[in-house]
Design a protein around this ligand. Sequence first.
Ligand code: NAP
Length: 277
Amino acid sequence: MEPWLIVGAGRVGTQLARALFLRGLPLAGLVYRSAESQRRAASAVPEQLLLPLGALPQHERLLLAVRDGEVFSIASALAAQVGQGGLALHTSGALGPEALTPLGEKGWEVGVFHPLVPIPHPTHPPVDFSGAVVTLAGTAEALNAGEKLALALDMLPVPCSQLHWPLYHAAATLAGPMLYALIHAAKQELQRANFPAPMVPQALGALAQRALAYALQAQGWEHLTGPLVRGDRTTMAQHTASLTPPVAAAYEALASYVSSSFTGDVPCQGQMPKQAS
Ligand SMILES: NC(=O)c1ccc[n+]([C@@H]2O[C@H](COP(=O)([O-])OP(=O)(O)OC[C@H]3O[C@@H](n4cnc5c(N)ncnc54)[C@H](OP(=O)(O)O)[C@@H]3O)[C@@H](O)[C@H]2O)c1
């Protein structure tokens, strides 16, 4: 694998740079913009691999790990400086390869390398990328390079063509950040209900992990439990009356989503799903 130069010493850039470095994989460097991101990244990546913005044009294999709104402008700025024949990927799940069009017009191979994994901080805790899916798109060369990078990190590359990027990213946001928000709300409300605080993570962990396993193996609503399945409107009204208003609004929105497609087939005991492994 040819060495990658990662542009953007934020969450994704720093964690990917560290993962490559720790595995002894080729890393040309991590390009920072501010002194603050340089200082922060220095705790994760050797200082000699931290490069200022001016280091960019000499490299021909770039991974742009910058915010969605910055990808196109950085690609435009780069296109004005670089020669022909490079390869660039960006890590945004909200944008397709078109966000790198200025480089594509310079003859560069361009694509997307979107890790479907939450990366909450640039340095701590270190992110374990292994086993996570990477969504890939772009030219054949870009797909090939993205696949090699993914496999080197023990990730699962999934090449996609004609992906509807905003919809794809919305679905990923539902399963990651929005799931986090739901659990956050459940924690707050459980404590307001006087459930013993030290037991909250264990109680919700066991419940949520089983619900997640059922939801992932289901075809539809057949493994759903709770008052919605039983058609128990009285209990649901008590729920929304006792939840804090923004959480009650989220509850009602989800209930409305379920009832819009739920057919009311309650599984009997003999049809209970087998436990996910
Ligand atoms: N975080 C996640 O969980 C996650 C997961 C998958 C994909 N993504 C995607 O990955 C991309 C990056 O996300 P992030 O969470 O890493 O954002 P982030 O933490 O805000 O990092 C973005 C970094 O880009 C740097 N930057 C901006 N312009 C630059 C330039 N011209 N040259 C060099 N560096 C520049 C910023 O530098 P300064 O620090 O100096 O401002 C910042 O450190 C986004 O498109 C995001 O959607 C994020």
